[in-house]
Structure formats: structure tokens, C-alpha cells
Design a protein around this ligand. Sequence first.
Ligand code: TXA
Ligand code: MG
Length: 346
Amino acid sequence: MNTIHVLVDNCVSSEKSYAQAVDFLNNSEVVAFPTETVYGLGAVATDEEAVKKIFAAKERPSDNPLIVHIGSIEEVALYIEEVPEVAQQCMEAFWPGPLTIVMQAKPNILAESVTAGLGTVGLRMPNHPVALELLRELKKPLAAPSANRSGKPSPTKASHVAEDLDGIIPCILDGGSTGIGLESTVLDVTTDKPVILRPGGVTKEMLEAVIGRPVLQSMHTEHKQDTTPKAPGMKYTHYAPEAPVYLIEPNQKVIEAIKQLQAEGHRVALIAPQSFANSGAEYFFTYGKDGDTNAMSAGLYDALRACDKTDATIILATVTEAQGVGVAIMNRLEKAAGGKWYSNND
Ligand code: TXA
Ligand code: MG
């Protein structure tokens, strides 16, 4: 399949480019498009044939449901049985923005594979001019997971989408780099207490300030082997480059670790803040300025993908405090590393 790359300007609505994408979508095809978090791979959410193509293109397991993107808060009523008050509060406070809200879906409206048989659906109104313009022109909801092959880091640039899906999907809307760089917060409001199933740009503290009561964080339950995770995506390998990733605190030990690994015959790729540029690793990819968690969030997936283009045999990635957006960063880093931390005794 030939993949068309369409450059879309963030400000100008270049009607022709959107028309092409809208045509593909109306013809049961998939289209990759930018959001403020990561690039999504979209299909009309009521079209089962189209939605199936998302799973095929990504090689995504069919029991992992998709987020449905909508263009306004009003549309929620079309897909949701009863909108809980907390959901309403959160939409008003954070939409458009990086917050997905899981609610009870109205039966038989969305394509079956969108909800993967759960009966619930995650809705989100993205805060990106290209995504919003696409939704406005399409006038239909868009089911869209991140536009990467399953297991790979999510794409934050159109070129990342092309690396994974060129020749497999018909169209990529290129709107430049995404701003936040990590996927949306997934909040489940179907239980008594709202639960964060996946941390993201909208933090626990931000949610609690709006809701006025505690919000649970499901990080502790997601590692349990014996239960089905609430966000099915959490049980799969994620965000992983080819070479093994080890986490390490950002201090002087990084230099010792690199020496030690090189002595064992490794070629090391280091992902760390700017001040570690001269640590002696074969490859260095920066998170940006030291202590800048927004830059770290925006740059993490690009850095993980860059490691795949090297012949590094091991990747060291420095960590950050699990606070604010740091919770989401640490969640993705731990998944990329499969929970492994560097220690010089192994
Ligand atoms: O920022 C984002 O959320 C991006 C952009 C494209 O919007 N999308 C994204 O989708 O990250 P995806 O499919 O890669 O991740 C969706 C996550 C998965 O962990 C999935 O299991 C969970 O949300 N999820 C989706 N629907 C759910 C539901 N009904 N109940 C529980 N978890 C759900
Ligand atoms: Mg994903």
C-alpha cells in the first residue's frame, strides 16, 4: 500500500488535506493524525470494518479497547448511558485536553471492537488544532490508539508513525511534533471512587482539586498477575526499544555504570538530562534541560526510538521523582525497562 503523507499546518485549515483524510475515513480506512499527546491511528468509531483495520495495522491484541475521540462535550450524550457528575466536572475542567474518561457505553452504538467487550468506553476531546479540525470536518467519532506498532514507543512525530506503519496505512497527517509527548491520563469513573488507570498530563492532584475528593491511582494493582487489569493495555509490553533498558538515578554513579558496562563489552546508549552529555557513553540522547519534566515528557519516546537506530547493546535511562507529570514519566520508563534497575552487582 502507498502511504500518502499530508503536511497540515497547525493554524491554517488547508481544506484539501483534510478532505483527503475525511474521504479515507468515510471509506472505512484508517488515518494517522497528531494530537497534543501522541499521534493517533484513527478510524470511524461506529464502523466495525474500519476499526478492525486499526488492530490489524498495529498488530494489537483484540482484547485491548480503543479510546474514542470527540470534538465537543455535547457529543458525550450520544455514546454514554448516564454521565456521572465527576465526569462532567472533569470534562469542563480539562477538555479539550489529555484526559480520557472511562464511562458506561450505550449499547450497540460504537463498533464492537472499540470497547473490546467491556461495556465501557474511554472518551477524550483532544486539544490539538489538527485533531479538532479533522473531527469537525468528519462529523463522526474517531476511535484512535497511539499510531505505533504494538509494543513500540508511541509516536510523537509523523516520522515515527512512518517508521512503524509506512506501506501499511493509506494516510498520515503530519502536524509536526506533539507537545506533551506521553499518552493521556485514563480516568475510570464507573466505580465508587474514581481511579486513574494510566497516569498522564492531567495529574492526580489536578483531578482531586476539581473533584474535591480522593482519586485512586491503580499503579499498585496493575502488576498483579492474577487479576485482569482494568485498562487491558497495561498487561502488555510497552514502549520498549530493541536493546534492554535499565533505569538509574541521575547522579555520579551514571559514569561508573557506563565504565563498568563498557568493561563487560557493552556499547551503551545513555538517555539523560543535558548535564550528562559527556559521560562517556557511545550514544547520548537528551531529555533536555536538567529538572525540566515537561521537556523530559516531550522527549522520552523520541529518545527511546533513537536508541533503536544505534548498535547499542544496552540502554541506561535516568529517572525522575514520581511527582506531578513525573508519575506518568516513571510509569512509562518502568514499562520500557520492564522494571529493571541498573545495579553493579549483576
Ligand atoms: O493520548 C492518548 O490517549 C492517545 C492519543 C492518540 O489520544 N491514545 C492512546 O491510546 O494512548 P492507546 O490505545 O494506545 O491507549 C489506550 C489505553 C489502553 O491502556 C487501554 O487499555 C485503555 O486506554 N482503555 C481504553 N478503553 C478503555 C476502557 N473502556 N476501559 C479501560 N481502559 C480502557
Ligand atoms: Mg498505545
